[in-house]
Design a binder for this molecule. Structure first.
Ligand code: AMP
Ligand code: GLY
Length: 419
């Protein structure tokens, strides 16, 4: 099979690495890719062009299966462009991807179908939103309706913070049209877990749970980021909890989307809070998580390509996923300035030494400049190690991370340490 991956981050590198192991693979391409992905796939520079340009390229290059990493092309309809040409693709249609593209849609869907999530109200009028947040007990959570690169959510502990978030989203429009509508929701206490599932619209196949670390600094302090590290499995998600997540959340939402004429195929990511009342949905994403993918995929023993091919052919009922017993820990190495404007162009050293420690190095934001690997984004590398226990995996991941050097490099020292 000839496979195309769409995207250019650490998640796509992990996908490429996992797909490259498949004996069924005859050609692996990535658009646009990055220098790490280029070690296992041929990187092609084609614009997304609303998805049609890529679909034409896939057609001309006899691509058998396309796997889309990031949400943006899915939300704008890349799956529909491929479907119109009869090209198999792993990822939901534009209408189904609204589950991530519009928080209002996701919340209303959950309310209609009784899927457990935080209580909420929707606002299109800033004055009404301000009056509402002033009437609530803190903390309260304010969310932009549309995509905001993971930065559209504020957990406000004080009413002034809530007011400021409403003004930024609706008044200043810091995320443009994404803040035309907002969701104000109840704060959910508890620990978070990400449960991702493969689905062909009928069969729902959960993957091993993972936990992300969203805050920049140790002890969950500092600003929210795209994710500073992850681990899998998650000890506080036992088989009973996973059953509940599957039966109360994942299956019902896939059924709900089908019933509402938006059948969902692809990878569905449930961001969940383990509250005292059971698991509740914080958000849905229409793709794999980053850095969750870098912890989950190295634990997958089954052939990923076989599973994704079955998904695209609506034959997921024929697949079971086998997981390695080892734990995985992923530490993200970030640039100075992240999650704000990040410094780039800084030479990266020590990757060979880090690999020699037995770690997998996934490239998130790197590029080559005059034959030298340099930083090219906020999150630069994701270092994953497998171990018999989470503690062993963590030690090994940190030993490897300590070998890598670039000016301004920062990372959390406490990934997986509270597990
Ligand atoms: P989201 O982009 O929706 O994942 O939100 C970003 C982060 O904000 C989540 O990972 C949570 O840590 C936090 N968050 C979002 N919604 C809630 C909520 N209702 N209660 C508590 N924390 C939340
Ligand atoms: N790690 C969170 C996300 O990918 O959305």
């Amino acid at each position: 099979m000839r496979v195309l991956i769409v995207g250019q981050g650490g998640r796509e590198h992990a996908l490429a690495w996992a797909l490259a192991k498949s004996p069924r693979l005859t050609g692996l391409y990535c658009a646009p890719g990055n220098p790490g992905i280029a070690q296992v796939a041929r990187c092609v520079r084609i614009g997304l062009g609303g998805g049609s340009e890529l679909a034409e390229w896939a057609l001309a290059n006899r691509i058998d299966l396309t796997v889309v990493g990031p949400e943006a092309p899915l939300v704008t309809g890349i799956a529909d462009e491929f479907a119109a040409r009869g090209l198999p693709l792993v990822g939901p249609s534009r209408k189904a991807a609204e589950i991530e593209g519009s928080k209002v849609f996701a919340k209303e869907l959950m309310r209609r179908w009784g899927i457990p999530t935080a209580e909420y109200e929707v606002f299109t009028d800033p004055g009404e939103a301000l009056a509402y947040v002033r009437s609530r007990d803190m903390p309260v959570v304010i969310k932009a309706d549309g995509l905001a690169g993971g930065k559209g959510v504020t957990v406000a502990r004080r009413v002034e913070e809530a007011e400021e978030a409403v003004r930024a989203l609706m008044g200043e429009r810091v995320f443009g049209e994404a803040g035309r509508r907002i969701v104000v929701e109840e704060f959910l206490p508890g620990r978070e877990v990400s449960v991702l599932a493969l689905t062909d619209g009928r069969t729902v196949l959960p993957m091993a749970p993972a936990r992300d670390h969203k805050r920049l600094e140790d002890g969950d302090q500092g600003p929210n980021t795209g994710g500073m590290g992850a681990f899998s499995p998650v000890p506080d998600v036992g088989p009973d909890c996973l059953d509940r997540i599957e039966n109360e959340i994942l299956r019902p939402v896939v059924r709900a989307l089908e019933q509402e004429g938006r059948p969902y195929t692809g990878i569905l990511y449930a961001g969940l809070m383990l509250t005292p009342d059971g698991p509740k949905v914080v958000e849905f994403n229409c793709r794999m998580g980053d850095p969750e993918a870098q912890s989950i995929l190295p634990r997958l023993e089954s052939d990923l390509l076989e599973a994704l091919e079955a998904l695209a052919r609506r034959r997921l009922d024929e697949v079971t996923l086998k997981w390695r017993p080892e734990a995985a820990v992923t530490v993200v190495l970030a640039s100075e300035g992240y999650p704000g404007a990040a410094a780039t162009g800084r030479p990266i050293r020590g990757l060979k030494e880090a690999q020699a420690e037995g770690a997998l190095i996934f490239h998130s934001g790197t590029r080559e400049e005059a034959g030298q690997l340099v930083t090219a984004g906020g999150r630069v590398l994701a270092v994953t190690a497998l171990g018999e226990t989470l503690a062993a995996a963590r030690d090994q991941a940190y030993r490897a991370a300590a070998r890598i050097r670039f000016a301004g490099m920062r990372y959390r020292r406490d990934i997986a340490s509270h597990a």
